[in-house]
Design a protein around this ligand. Structure first.
Ligand SMILES: [Zn+2]
Length: 373
């Protein structure tokens, strides 16, 4: 290969690094432009009344709204315009689905590529507060597994295909330490108990298109073997993801924690049908029925009430149970289950008929079971 044929490749790599840098600072710029007198980024205020939906665009694998906007108008912030115009058009033209959560645009979904129009002098780009590009915010990163590529629990984007949907999801197919697993044939060991330090939190609730998630206020954490993991959020699956001796429970709640070094630790609690679980009531009374951004309620939740009294756990090294299926996750599944009523299960499965990944092979991992309370 001669030097001339290598040059175009270097140029492409340089261009890719540049756009990655732009995306990396994207959310900060959006926030900064709202806080003070910084020059508003150029954006447009076009809508369908302006007849600016001449060029529908079909979402392809790997697209993000920011990248489409940048290609279309040269301005990554112009995704705000695309969302507004598309949603406007969707009211009358059923070929266009409204974009309720820009983080979960679907392959095949059609967008209106609005013609870029300069912002009038002095205009405040309030649109940017309306639509946050969640994938590029720290909170978006915390919602691990809910990235831009569309995935599902059945059909063409179901669990067997996750690893093929995006190169970022490769671990779903090739990983050797995946979750969930069947909890059986465990090694009995005397394991130190988890120290739970949970405080009440405001209910910051969202329907992310796959489950109901409650983001937890800062300050609650667990300590495992001397290491602190801060509670980020809890969310639900029905039926359960982990099985015990081959049997699934009716549901499972996952408490997702992160240590200062980035290590994730999840505490899983199996839920079996019984009387109403009063600790779920406030969250269940406020289940968002459609996918959308976080809503903060005045009511509070205390994750402590959802943890069973017995401290015995199963422990193993696993992964996120949703794409990108990243490994290195410390799993702790409580052996004692909690209860949830048939009506509560139905309220959840009405929104999400299936939300559990199939059981994954243990391969060469060991599964430990605490031998002492
Ligand atoms: Zn989960």
């Amino acid at each position: 290969m001669n030097i001339l044929s290598r040059n175009p490749l270097s140029t492409t790599i340089a261009a890719l690094s540049l756009s990655a840098t732009i995306l990396g600072i994207h959310a900060n710029q959006a926030t900064a432009s709202l806080g003070g007198n910084a020059t508003p980024p150029p954006t447009t205020i076009a809508n369908s009344a302006d007849g600016l939906c001449a060029t529908p665009y079909t979402i392809k694998k790997g697209d993000t709204l920011s990248l489409i906007a940048k290609r279309n108008s040269g301005n990554i912030f112009d995704y705000v315009n695309i969302v507004r115009v598309t949603n406007d058009v969707a009211k009358s033209d059923k070929r266009f689905a409204p974009i309720n959560n820009i983080n979960v645009i679907r392959v095949g979904q059609m967008l209106c590529l609005a013609k870029a129009k300069a912002t009038p002098a002095g205009a405040i780009p309030t649109q940017i507060t309306v639509v946050m590009d969640d994938a590029h915010t720290p909170q978006g990163a915390a919602n691990a597994g809910h990235g831009p590529a569309h995935w599902a629990y059945n059909g063409d984007a179901g669990p067997a295909k996750w690893g093929d949907l995006s190169s970022e999801f490769a671990a779903c197919k090739t990983g050797q330490e995946q979750s969930p697993i069947d909890l059986s044939k465990a090694n009995l060991r005397d394991i130190s108990n988890i120290s739970f330090n949970y405080q009440p939190s405001k209910i910051n609730i969202l329907n992310n298109g796959h489950t109901i998630q409650v983001n937890y206020d800062e300050g609650s954490y667990i300590v495992v073997d001397g290491k602190r993991y801060d509670l980020l959020q809890y969310h639900f699956h029905a039926p359960s993801e982990h099985s015990v001796n081959g049997k699934l429970a009716d549901a499972e709640v996952h408490f997702v924690h992160k240590a200062a070094d980035g290590t994730l630790a999840v505490v899983g609690v199996l839920l079996v049908q019984g009387p109403d679980n009063a600790s779920l009531k406030t969250v269940w009374d406020n289940l968002p029925t459609t996918q959308g951004p976080v809503k903060t309620l005045t009511a509070t939740t205390n994750a402590k009430e959802l943890i069973p009294p017995s401290q015995t756990t199963y422990r193993y090294n696993g992964s996120l149970t949703t794409p990108p299926c990243s490994e290195g996750v410390k799993w702790h599944v409580m052996t004692q289950s909690m209860q949830i009523s048939a009506a509560q299960i139905k309220a959840f499965t009405n929104l999400f008929p299936v939300s559990n990944r199939p059981i994954q092979p243990l391969f060469s991992r060991t599964l430990d079971l605490d031998s002492t309370p």
